[in-house]
Design a protein around this ligand. Structure first.
Ligand SMILES: Nc1ncnc2c1ncn2[C@@H]1O[C@H](COP(=O)(O)OP(=O)(O)OP(=O)(O)O)[C@@H](O)[C@H]1O
Length: 320
């Protein structure tokens, strides 16, 4: 295992997010009068800590529980059992009224900017919305600052979301998330729905803003090569459980769990396919799933399924 020197963040920073043995079961509709209603075990006892100022990645295939976990951390959903502590406050059982002031400190960027931006609102009102909701003044100056921070011109504020490209719409989502000056930014597959040509730009923007604004970042992706570009540490999820957590470089170079080994072993194949590709090329090129459909299967030890040409669509994720 490569040697890893502890970062300043690890040695000195207080904990930003602590997730303790979180379970989330979703009941399914009853299918029989005699048998109990079936249950989806979306999270099966997940625990980890994120330090303040850290960039923490959560990686795993579709359906492993990443979005459920993020929703519980952001208090948009409740755990069946377990505890979530954000900046020292146990949010697990807080009422909506007591959660409201805490929500400013933790903002989310979602996968699909088109479905997360109200098409009837002008961009300046979209960006100001979190401030207005929290009862803060939303000055034109603040909106212009935010547009500039995400690389958009001031007149973008007068337009509507449909007048922008996918990458620009994700910049608007990021500006909106930053409006209340959060300390924690949660990004749920923020580049998966974007054209391959703009993924690296949006990732670099997130990375630069996290540095400049001294944010804690929780970054979710199904693609380990994307997480490697952005995060200091990564946790790997499979079927509602964490199978491995470590420094991203270590997990990438020497994965311990068979499932992580499968994730990583898919990446050199991708690099071979893109022969001579740079990191930037990898980020702007097809994802692992696009190149190797079915390579990351639900069972970490199972063989990849046979190729089905009809099912081989580029992975774009489902808007929620
Ligand atoms: N509201 C719900 N009701 C019932 N089952 C749900 C609900 N939300 C999620 N699930 C189930 O929980 C499991 C985990 O889903 P989740 O969306 O958290 O996974 P994910 O890793 O984020 O996947 P994706 O990347 O596709 O969003 C899946 O089996 C999903 O079908």
């Amino acid at each position: 295992m490569p040697e890893q020197v502890p970062t300043t963040c690890e040695l000195e920073s207080p904990t930003a997010i602590q997730v303790v043995d979180v379970v989330r079961d979703y009941p399914r509709p009853r299918t029989s009068l005699v048998r109990p209603a079936p249950v989806v075990h979306a999270l099966r006892g997940v625990s980890f800590e994120v330090k303040q100022g850290e960039r923490f990645g959560i990686v795993g295939e579709s359906g492993c529980g990443k979005s459920t976990l993020l929703r519980i951390i952001a208090a948009l959903d409740r755990a069946t059992s377990g505890q979530v502590i954000v900046e020292g406050t146990d949010i697990t059982h807080l009422s909506e009224r007591r959660l409201r002031p805490l929500r400013e400190n933790l903002q989310l960027v979602f996968q699909d900017p088109m479905s997360s931006l109200d098409p009837r609102m002008r961009v300046r009102d979209i960006i100001a919305e979190p401030l207005v909701v929290q009862g803060h003044p939303a000055s034109g100056q603040r909106v212009r600052e935010l547009l500039e921070a995400v690389g958009l011109s001031a007149d973008a504020g007068d337009r509507y979301p449909h007048q922008f490209s996918g990458g620009q719409r994700q910049r608007i989502s990021i500006a909106r998330a930053l409006a209340p000056r959060p300390r924690i930014l949660i990004a749920d597959e923020p580049v998966s729905a974007l054209d391959v040509s703009v993924r690296a730009q949006v990732l670099n923007l997130i990375s630069d803003l996290v540095d400049e604004l001294d944010l804690t970042l929780v970054f979710v992706s199904h693609d380990l090569s994307v997480v490697k570009h952005v995060c200091d540490r990564v946790t790997v999820m499979h079927a509602g459980q964490i199978v491995e957590t470590g420094y991203t470089g270590d997990v990438y170079a020497a994965p311990q769990h068979p499932y992580t080994q499968r994730l990583v072993s898919a990446i050199p194949t991708l690099q071979r396919a893109l022969s001579g590709a740079t990191t930037a090329d990898l980020l702007t090129g097809p994802t692992t799933d696009e190149l190797l459909p079915g390579a990351i299967t639900a069972d970490p030890l199972a063989e990849p399924p046979a190729r089905d040409p009809l099912a081989e669509q580029p992975w774009k994720g489902e808007p929620r």
